[in-house]
Design a protein around this ligand. Structure first.
Ligand SMILES: [Zn+2]
Length: 145
């Protein structure tokens, strides 16, 4: 019989579902090394999963918020930014650990897309994740706005 410490939960036992809190929900998140931290407020449980060349490689779960619902707590100088194609989206990532915690999406240049995988204290199962056809961006963008 293996020693099982109280905080260890075997992976084959379903975790008790954490109930979805009421909205608005204010959360914090950041990169892996801790250089980049943000706070965001979600007013919906809408999320999107984009199939473009960038989002698939990063496995981003997009939680899009207006700029007034996003605060960069620290790490402005820790970020680097990658741009491609139309150069509109600002794909920020931590220069130290490489994690893409949030960025400015082409679809919402006045807001932010928080990467749901970089937010602490939430369950992605709370969100309704809609597929976004980023491979056909111009024809699809109306579905996000
Ligand atoms: Zn980092």
């Amino acid at each position: 019989m293996a020693l099982r410490l109280p905080h260890m939960v075997p992976s084959d036992v379903p975790r008790e579902a954490v109930p979805r809190p009421p909205l608005p929900l204010t959360v914090e998140g950041g990169c892996h090394c801790g250089a980049v931290r943000f706070r965001a407020t979600f007013r919906t449980y809408d999320a999107s999963d984009c199939n473009c060349s960038m989002c698939t490689k990063k496995a981003i779960v997009h939680l899009i918020v207006p700029k007034e619902d996003f605060t960069l707590l620290r790490g402005k100088d820790a970020l680097s930014t990658y741009r491609f194609n139309t150069m509109t989206a600002a794909h920020h990532f931590c220069k130290t650990c490489g994690i893409h915690a949030f960025y400015v999406p082409r679809s919402h240049p006045d807001g932010f897309s928080v990467n749901g995988r970089s937010v602490e204290g939430i369950e992605l199962s709370w969100f309704t994740v809609r597929a976004f056809d980023g491979q056909n961006w111009e024809a699809s963008v109306h579905t996000l706005r």
